[in-house]
Design a protein around this ligand. Sequence first.
Ligand code: NDP
Length: 271
Amino acid sequence: MSDRYCVFGHPIGHSKSPIIHQAFAAQTGEAMGYEAIEAPLDGFQDAWRSFVANGGHGANVTVPFKQEAYRLCDTLSHRARRAGAVNTLLLGKNGATYGDTTDGVGLVRDLANHAVALAGKRVLVLGAGGAVRGVLEPLLAAGPAQVVIANRTVEKAECLARDFGDLGAVSGAGFEGLPGGFDVVINGTSASLSGELPPLPDDLFTERGATAYDMMYAAEPTVFLAWAAARGARPLDGLGMLVEQAAESFFQWRHVRPDTAPVLADLRRAL
Ligand code: NDP
């Protein structure tokens, strides 16, 4: 019998995780199944326990359960502890639940796949929600000269900068009065979901060749990516981050690294 994995969310119908993990399993020959499960909004913990009782080995967790998954775990990876969120659950041999977060590694790997350097660079992160908290540790570990977090609610950006200040030069700000000349600008706000653009200065990007990364992805460039491309930055969307975070979860479960490139190419064609 093949091992069971799933993704929990609410809603979950839109999730691409089953397609990605089934492709990884086929490619690597791993005997496993992967399904999407919509847990009730007040029933995530019961859903996980029931999944385990029915032979579940591990799971991904998406909106809105990442913080609840964090609270459910018996043990946590260092990066999950820092992020305060879990997107990967793994059942240990002793029946204990281990939690990890792979979103940040996914982002940094995707940037590396596109040969985007972070070491010594000036990086701007837009937004201060769960997604940004989840990526800050691996981002700072890549050695940027400076990370500025800019958010509509300034206090949340300042709070994040304080929480991660021991890992590198990171500061919090609002959108107003932002300096220009950034090498890499990562949009981690959910503004793109509603087709909105945070107020940003025209000289946001360095003229030496900048990258604009939107954690969101769609068939067409997001408003942020279209704005950035018109100002000379190289636009990248978050589809690669999605596939890379999945690959890291897969590795945690199966100790096998899938080849992400063909899976990403198939997903891109189907967008
Ligand atoms: P949260 O709800 O936790 O945070 C939302 C953030 O967006 C806050 O900082 C909020 O600011 C800001 N925001 C919302 N609307 C606007 C607006 N109109 N103008 C400016 N700022 C705005 O969401 P998440 O952090 O969980 O997700 C953020 C994005 O990241 C989503 O688009 C999500 O799809 C994407 N994501 C992509 C992943 C991938 O694998 N590619 C993985 C995880 C997330 P304020 O604090 O002021 O409210």
